[in-house]
Ligand binder design. Structure first.
Ligand SMILES: [Zn+2]
Ligand SMILES: [Zn+2]
Length: 361
């Protein structure tokens, strides 16, 4: 059995849950409030990455399930591995387990929930309704087969100063004239035509990029392809880690460790680096053959971000989706109607074909 924190109402003894958007704990029974003192995270905070990984055991993160005994109903229950805040499955008592029991690295900050469950559900329906090429039955039914779960998910945020050497090619357009055979009144004659050609030459150089808070998901609970749209957060709302914001919600421990998180962040950074290289090369066209980057002053912080997570079933398949608990934006997996797509492509081809016929006359 392990110790945990439970936030209890001083007035009536019921659960105090974090009240979304209000920076306060609120009693689920009598409504008494217990304000949380605001403590914004210093956004310049960054731990030294190199020092941290040299100190981490190879096996961090670990999967340990903790057994708890509920203070309220007396039941014993296991916290799922990778979860450190949850409700008692029998009586809904909120419990928060100290992170240092399971992980070496502690969360630095938490972005409190700002979006309520009903707002998240409305956002999901709107997203579903706005999908192009979705089967009509999907929009009609808008099936919400599974309960929606409010959970804080771990994110890594990386800073880095990156010097990159590159080699590649620059292409410049030039105009030239060519003699081409052309059919005039059924006869083939040679005509002079202006054409655009590209002159390529080899280039190499160096570029510098400064990165601030490049996000990598620290969880395997969500598909890795969700990474792209789970990178938009208002960092200014981050508070220093405080268990009170977790009360009544699930909160996950990181499952993707610091080095793997940095690998993911590097892939995101490479997009920006390549864009900088293209600008540095200039000209009308660019080819990048080789990039060699040196990452310096790498810093990181570990954050908890609020998400409403669920899934829906459609034709025996499961589609996962998530709503950003800070701004309410919905994203997810989705079914496509191949009938609609085929119809669209055929219509487009018919239009293009018609246009081509007119053009030829
Ligand atoms: Zn109360
Ligand atoms: Zn209980």
């Amino acid at each position: 059995m392990i110790d945990y924190t439970h936030f209890k109402c001083n007035e009536c003894g019921s659960d105090l849950d974090y009240a979304i958007g209000l920076h306060t704990l609120k009693c689920v029974s009598c409504g008494a409030v217990d304000p949380i003192e605001a403590s914004p995270l210093d956004l310049y905070l960054a731990h030294d990455y190199k020092a941290a990984i040299s100190d981490l055991s190879y096996f961090d993160p670990q999967t340990v399930s903790h057994e708890l005994q509920c203070d309220n109903c007396g039941a014993n229950f296991m916290l799922p591995a990778n979860v450190h805040a949850e409700e008692c499955p029998y009586c809904d008592l909120n419990v928060v387990v100290p992170v240092d029991l399971s992980r070496k690295l502690q969360p630095d900050g938490v972005m409190p929930f700002m979006i309520h469950q009903h707002q998240a559900e409305a956002s999901f329906k709107k997203w579903l309704g706005g999908l192009w090429f979705a089967p009509s039955a999907l929009k009609r039914k808008a099936i919400q087969a599974r309960p929606i779960l409010g959970a804080y998910m771990p994110l890594w945020a990386f800073d880095a100063e990156v010097n990159s050497r590159y080699s590649g090619q620059r292409g410049d357009n030039y105009r030239t004239t060519m003699r081409v055979p052309t059919t005039v009144n059924g006869k083939t004659v040679m005509k002079t035509k202006t054409v655009v050609k590209i002159r390529w030459r080899h280039v190499s150089g160096r570029v510098h990029n400064s990165f601030d808070d490049v996000i990598a998901l620290g969880t395997n609970t969500l598909p890795i392809k969700f990474q792209r749209f789970l990178s938009e957060w208002d960092m200014g709302q981050t508070q220093n880690y405080n268990e009170k914001y977790l009360s009544g919600f699930r909160s996950e421990l990181y499952q993707i460790g610091l080095p793997e998180g940095f690998q993911m962040a590097k892939e995101v950074m490479l997009f920006t680096i390549r864009a900088t290289i293209r600008r540095d090369i200039g000209g009308d066209h660019q080819r990048i053959h080789h990039v060699d980057s040196d990452y310096r002053q790498v810093g990181y912080k570990l954050l908890l971000a609020p998400m409403w997570i669920s899934a829906f079933n459609f034709k025996q398949k499961t589609y996962r989706y998530v709503i950003n608990g800070q701004n309410g934006k919905a994203h997810g997996e989705r079914p496509y109607s191949w009938i609609k797509i085929t119809a669209f492509v055929l219509t487009l081809l018919a239009l293009l074909g018609g246009g081509y016929a007119i053009f030829n006359q």
